[in-house]
Write a protein that binds this ligand. Sequence first.
Ligand code: PTJ
Length: 243
Amino acid sequence: MIPPDHPRYRSLLARERIARYAAGGIVTLEGLAAHGRGEAFDYLIGERTTESALLAERTAAALLLCAERPVISVNGNTAALAADQVARLQQVSGARVEVNLFHRSEERIQKITALLEDAGVTVGKGRAERLLPLSHDRAFCLREGIYSADTVLVPLEDGDRCSALRTMGKTVIVIDLNPLSRTARTASLTIVDELTRALPHITEACGVLSREEALYLCSSYDNRKFLSDALAEIQRRLARALD
Ligand code: PTJ
């Protein structure tokens, strides 16, 4: 039992949750390592949503609202940490949700689908085919889902698939606390924020953005600026760390 007044309560709760889902076969051991890397970067960024990340989150909402075929791609970590939040975002954005795994197995797909459905998500199903230009199993996706999407939101993406999706002409939105990752630098739009802080902001913005505001955000964002803002914030915090 983690006491709510513990200074690292939120982080410890997420850790406890992701460990529990690893024991249940939804998150992989590699997923635990990825979570730890995320925690380290979150520490550096101050464990809060910066103004720049909030603008990136509003921009993500705009891109989803303006898309013709938006898809949210869900992996083990995302399902474990944010199944309810994915359900709410699906409701307001109208996006399809597809389970897409790096460490793919039929058993994990079934478990993750069940977890998402219990949270109220409508999960895209069907026969996955090897449709993306990748040598590993993330190449498998649904023809009616990720393959035909114009815009894909992929929390915790890997760099290879991000660039494969970009090569196919898709708008790729990623949520990644590491502004230096290949994914962050390859995506169309990178949200440098923690997954469970970012998703509710995107959902909220989907509910309030006008068509004009959304169109403006879609045409005016600069991903390099979002990355350089995140790096500048980390540098600022490091410079003041011992004050
Ligand atoms: O469930 P699977 O089989 O699809 O596997 C998923 C993992 C996460 C193992 C796979 O996608 C992977 O290896 O990811 P990477 O390449 O390690 O990238 C994960 C990125 O997400 C890293 O840059 C982390 O900093 C970042 N990250 C981790 N946890 C969070 C996060 N970013 C935002 N919020 C988090 N909670």
